[in-house]
Design a binder for this molecule. Structure first.
Ligand code: ADP
Ligand code: MG
Length: 571
């Protein structure tokens, strides 16, 4: 037996116990290696005319034996010679694949998509296996060799049998820990679901012999009381779907296909409201496929909701939900980002450089916004439905970012216009403003009907100015955070009709009110006394100048309106 070098032993221990947080990825790593091995042979066939190869020989086969407790990953790839077994598997952190990539960098182009680079993935097998046996026959060689190790002390290499080129990785699973998991690895559905989860888009078919039942043929002489009989048989099935839908050009994919992909991957019953496809090339090449759901998931506004996009690198799933790819305000967007350019860390669970992610996130943010704007401008009904579901989150985004997101999100907001009796944007509100109107007016309360009857609202309407009627708890907070809408010179102040001085009165009206307050000093004094601490002041107001039916109103002074006070005291 050859012993692992001491450094290797330490590293191996570290590997098995701490690099990966999730044992099940061992299958992903072995399949990725198999895919690399097949890729290398395919590459050889492109450059070496002696290599005759038909594409359908290129495959990866996964099988298991419940009694022997083995899981086997076989490939018809390039295989390894005795020397290569020693070099690639006997030395931890030696990546034959990285070597291959560097040697063939110029030549390989788009046809090869090698995944390996760190030379550690293989050893993840020892997280679940007490013994790993690798039987390999190199392409063009007539001998096969087996590399066998328990992952602790060392390995042996012995002669073996294999009729064609390729490699079998045979894991004998540990029998001690984590029983449930082990049942998963030793079952058809368990392996299938791991293949679908991590390796669905590996570009070669990953096959399994699947258990099936079928009806036996009806015998000729079957009588009237014949009951159909069933039999078991196995059939070799391809488990992965191979070409990822996000890598196919948009014109090749039907809406139906996108919708099905969305529903089966993101567990929604309804079709998405919009599908966004992005293909970027340049400093960072990536594909993204994003979906705007048609309705909010039930937990969207709860603490437990996790935003994020699935992240793939070279067709292999790295992360289910990569948070950095989505701003909070667009947390409802679902989808996938795939880039071969990302620099992964050794466990492939995180990325080396967040700046790459940030660059993608910025692009996606712009893309999502422009898609929403398109919907707002061209399909208003759709947009209003969208806004009903997700508008609250957009408003909250402004509040939560202390107004930093105003530019991004302000254009996307809709509020109910008292004058036009429909949802309008700030843009539409200001476009319809009379020239003498200085500010944008809004009122907050629990229903638009009630708000529409408020004297203060009507007195602003009577001056010919529109009022936005806001009924969501977050509205007023959003307005207060925004303070203004618009850029530079044309920026308009956002004013709550219920609080303080609206500055709408003429000098004459103002003077008349002051005079009236003075004249009735005695009356107001008595009223203040009777109301006690409930009010700070009783005075004649100009606010109701045109609202004949309303003799009085309650107004809050200072930044917190009566509505907000109500919400704050509920929290
Ligand atoms: P990486 O894939 O990052 O290079 P691994 O630890 O997963 O590192 O694998 C180490 C090396 O072993 C690979 O680079 C490759 O040269 C070799 N290897 C692993 N599995 C196979 C296989 N199925 N067929 C051929 N070579 C393999
Ligand atoms: Mg690997």
């Amino acid at each position: 037996m050859k012993k692992f070098k001491t450094e290797s032993k330490k590293l191996l221990d570290l590997m098995i116990n701490s690099i990966y947080t999730n044992k099940e990825i061992f299958l992903r790593e072995l399949i990725s290696n198999a895919s690399d091995a097949v890729d290398k042979l395919y590459f050889k066939s492109l450059t070496d005319t002696d290599v005759k190869l038909s594409k359908d020989e290129l495959a990866i086969h996964v099988s298991f034996d419940k009694d022997a407790r083995t899981v086997t990953v076989s490939d018809s790839g390039i295989g390894m010679t005795k020397d290569e077994l020693e070099k690639n598997l006997g030395t931890i952190a030696h990546s034959g694949s990285l070597e291959f990539k560097t040697e063939n960098d110029k030549a390989q182009g788009d046809d090869v998509d090698i995944i390996g680079q760190f030379g550690v993935g293989f050893y993840s097998a020892f997280m679940v296996a007490k013994e790993v046996r690798v039987v390999s026959r190199a392409f063009g060689s007539d001998e096969a060799w087996a590399w066998v190790s328990d992952g602790v002390e060392g390995y042996t290499i012995e002669e073996a049998e294999r009729t064609t080129n390729g490699t079998d990785i045979i894991l004998t699973l540990k029998d001690d820990t984590d029983e449930e998991k082990y049942d998963t690895y030793l079952s058809e559905w368990g392996l299938k679901s791991l293949i679908k989860k991590y390796s669905n888009y590996v570009r070669y078919p990953i096959t399994m012999d699947c258990d099936k039942t079928r009806e036996k043929p009806k015998p000729e002489d079957a009588g009237d009381d014949y009951k159909p009989e069933f039999e078991h048989y196995t059939e070799c099935e391809t488990i992965n779907s191979m070409v990822p839908i996000w890598k196919r050009s948009k014109s090749d994919v039907t809406d139906e296909e996108y919708n099905e992909f969305y529903k089966s991957n993101f567990h929604d019953f309804a079709d998405p409201a919009r599908t966004i496809k992005v293909h970027a090339e340049g400093a960072l090449t990536y594909d993204a496929l994003l979906f705007i759901p048609s309705r909010a998931p039930f937990d969207l506004y709860s603490k437990d909701y996790k935003k994020g996009l699935a992240l793939y690198s070279s067709n292999v799933l790295i992360m289910d939900k990569c948070e950095e790819l989505l701003p909070d305000c667009f947390n409802f967007v679902r989808g996938v980002v795939d880039s071969a350019d990302l620099q992964l860390n050794i466990s492939r669970e995180t990325l080396q450089h967040n700046s790459q992610l940030r660059a993608i996130a910025n692009k996606l943010e712009k893309k999502i916004k422009s898609e929403l704007e398109k919907m707002r401008d061209n399909h208003r009904d759709d947009y209003e439905k969208f806004f009903e579901q997700f508008g609250r989150g957009l408003k909250f985004g402004i509040y939560q970012s202390y107004g930093m997101q105003k530019g991004l999100l302000g254009d996307l907001l809709l509020f109910y216009s008292a004058k036009q009796q429909k949802m309008v944007t700030f843009e539409e509100y200001t476009a319809a403003m009379p020239t003498d109107q200085k500010a944008i007016y809004y009122a907050a309360g629990d229903s638009t009907d009630r708000l529409a009857k408020l004297p203060v609202v009507n007195s602003v309407l009577d001056r010919g100015y529109d009022v936005l009627l806001c009924t969501q708890d977050v509205d007023e907070f959003t307005f207060q955070t925004m303070q203004t809408w618009g850029e530079g010179e044309s920026a308009k102040e956002l004013k709550n009709v219920a609080s303080g001085d609206l500055g709408l009165e003429t000098e004459d009206e103002k003077k008349a009110a002051e005079d009236a307050t003075k004249e009735n000093e005695g009356l107001f004094g008595a009223m203040k006394e009777a109301l006690g601490d409930s009010v700070t002041k009783v005075a004649v107001s100009t606010k109701l100048a045109t609202a004949e039916a309303a003799p009085a109103c309650i107004t809050a002074e200072g930044p917190v309106s009566l509505e907000m006070e109500k919400i704050l005291s509920q929290m």
